[in-house]
Design a binder for this molecule. Structure first.
Ligand SMILES: C[S@@+](CC[C@H](N)C(=O)[O-])C[C@H]1O[C@@H](n2cnc3c(N)ncnc32)[C@H](O)[C@@H]1O
Length: 344
């Protein structure tokens, strides 16, 4: 079996940030009405699997089709067992990328351990090059952390890495309708900081989300986004970006109102998603999760990755396209993002 699949593993639900647009919803809304629907994520960690189960599954990645694990959440680096899961995934021969809010990178023991473990990539989320705007879009729950700490974390990681090539360090930015300029402003900040890769992603909210009207792109916003993406891809830069086809997908995704078909989709073939309670999905997209047949519902609890992912189609023609989907392509482009490189 070829080892060619990526696992997006949302390991833990809690996070010190309270981004109102987060895929995991907000604690406040879930305290009032805990989500009951299948596949709906929550920062409340009522059903998160214990470390023993997570570690057992990580061990079984050896010899499976999983080539790369992207560990996300919630916030993975605020929870010590994450480092043990990383160690096991690396020992199982997987490439490991961490998606983090960046605060734990200000803690020297965490940094030292990430380097010791040979983590391949660290993707740090930052949604604006302007401190105040970022901290409005990504407020911390306590109000104690924000932009300055994230920048300090990135700088600290780059400093301990020194002349080494790994981990590669990147910035992920959620682009909202009011701020197309972040696409290029953040690239400039990333270059100043000396990071290696950069991924701007369109915000993805369901139409019933209370911020949908305010943050989601409308047809009138498309031209400004397209112009910024053209500049991002056109100007010389040290930063690695997703494949240029991603810029076209980004524009197409925000130009349409959520319908369409993805021919030869990798979801369920070369991409899988595990949520903190252990449920396994072919793809993290909300529509694909909602459409999963009951007999296809699976969990990593007491499961072996070698069997769990063994039966998979070459690819699927998916008719469940949504704006959510465009954020999956950078996961498939991780080899491009992690490649050591000079000026594009
Ligand atoms: C859910 S976070 C988890 C990892 C980590 N705590 C972090 O802050 O990066 C993973 C990524 O998803 C992005 N994200 C969250 N909600 C989103 C949404 N509604 N649309 C697009 N991206 C979103 C975040 O900004 C972050 O870059």
């Amino acid at each position: 079996m070829p080892r060619d699949a990526t696992l997006l593993w949302a390991l833990r639900s809690p996070c010190a940030f309270a981004c109102p647009h987060c895929y995991f919803g907000t604690i406040e809304e879930h305290k009032q009405a805990p989500p009951a629907e299948v596949g709906v994520l929550s920062h409340l960690s009522r059903d998160d699997l214990p470390p023993t189960v997570l570690k057992e599954f990580a061990r079984s990645l050896a010899g499976s089709v999983i080539e790369r694990v992207v560990i996300a959440g919630g916030e993975p680096l605020d929870w010590p067992p994450t480092l043990e899961v990383i160690e096991l995934a690396k020992a199982a021969g997987c490439e490991v990328v961490i998606a983090t809010n960046g605060i734990a990178l200000t803690r020297p023991p965490v940094l030292d351990r990430l380097l010791e473990l040979g983590v391949d990539g660290v993707s740090v989320s930052l949604d604006s090059a302007d401190a105040q705007t970022n901290d409005q879009l990504r407020p911390s729950r306590s109000g104690r952390f924000g932009y300055a700490d994230v920048l300090a974390g990135i700088r600290a990681l780059l400093k301990v890495r020194g002349e080494r090539h790994t981990p590669r360090v990147g910035i992920y930015t959620v682009v909202v309708r009011e701020r197309p300029q972040e696409i290029t402003d953040m690239a400039r900040l990333g270059e100043e900081l000396g990071v290696d890769y950069y991924v701007p992603q369109p915000i993805s909210l369901t139409p019933d989300h209370q911020l949908f009207e305010k943050l989601t792109h409308r047809p009138a916003d498309v031209a400004a986004v397209a112009e910024r993406l053209e500049r991002l891809y056109g100007e010389p830069s040290r930063l690695a970006l997703p494949d240029p086809s991603y810029a076209r997908r980004f524009v197409a995704a925000i130009s349409t109102q959520d319908s369409g078909r993805v021919g030869g989709c990798f979801g369920g073939a070369r991409l899988f998603f595990v949520q903190p309670d252990g449920q396994v999905w072919d793809c993290p997209s909300d529509r694909r999760i909602a459409a999963t047949a009951p007999e296809r519902r699976r969990t990593i609890r007491d499961a072996d990755a070698r069997n769990l992912f063994a039966e998979r189609p070459a690819c699927t023609d998916c008719s469940l396209f949504s704006r959510d989907c465009v954020n999956m392509w950078p996961l498939m482009d991780i080899p491009l993002l992690l490649k050591p490189g000079d000026v594009r």
